[in-house]
Design a protein around this ligand. Sequence first.
Ligand code: ISE
Length: 331
Amino acid sequence: MSDLKVAVIGVGKMGAFHVDSLTRRTRGAQVVAVNDFSPERAAEIAGPIGARVVADPFEAIGAADVDAVVLASPGFAHEKQVLACLERGIPVLCEKPLTMDGPTSYEVVRAEAETGRSLIQVGFMRRFDTEYAGLRSLIESGDLGAPLMLHCTHRNPEVPDSFTSEMAMADSVVHEADCTRFLLGEEVVAVTVLKGTPTSSAPAGVSDPMLVLFETESGRLVTVESFVRTGVAYEVRTELVAERGQATIGLDQNLQVKQAGRWGGTISPDFVVRFGAAYDTQMQRWVDAAAQGTIDGAGSWDGYAAAAICEAGVEAVRSGRRTEVKLEARP
Ligand code: ISE
């Protein structure tokens, strides 16, 4: 079978990683077209792999030789670009968020349902991380009894000053929203946010860290510490509390060295290092599925549910009140 010919839209940090993954670490795929709002950046990434630069993202999506699309453009551009992929009937791997809010994500879910196919995969890469997948299998096995709570820690070493509390919800906490659904297999129905003393590194008015509480359909509680200016490293952990035991993932304990009266190791500096293998596994599974005209991972409904949870989360940040998540019926 010939390689899947892929257009990559947006080649910032994430898109460039995906191009590298498709070119060097994924079987059965070839990047043929690259688009970015900076033509110089697009040329820098496309040149070494012999792909062409396409100035207009919609021209790249519509190109006759493009079989599938990876979208790593800014979130606000996703809605129209995903719809263009649906219109052409080609598979798309869309980085989160699916769109910028619940209602527009739901429109995308409906548009996909009308095609009668599963064409949209959302890049919730943690589902492909061996530890997250292992924790889900453990929950499903029933060995620890019924799951009761999750405690999630989400820490970034640094973000730009322009990164607001609302952005922490939509950009970082969104992964915990998806993991909650992935691990517990049920919807989140309400979000509450508590803002504590902010770090002195946070600009005035920005709540960092903050404590987010998800309530699920069956009444389970999930706590999320969101702290995006720790100045330390990238730390993402989850502890499951179940009826007959607990389990923890994300300790990120790599090589530990003892020397000269001290011991220690390193912590992943960022998400591309911590989740690099998960991104690559996601890419291989998506390419294999896309070659069959389908997806293998989080779908548009998952993207919509995460967007709806984050929308409630942003409202909870602003109002300080417990906010219910409003989900439409699944088409
Ligand atoms: C970033 O955009 C990501 O998607 C990472 O996975 C997340 O952990 C980080 O907090 C975000 O800023």
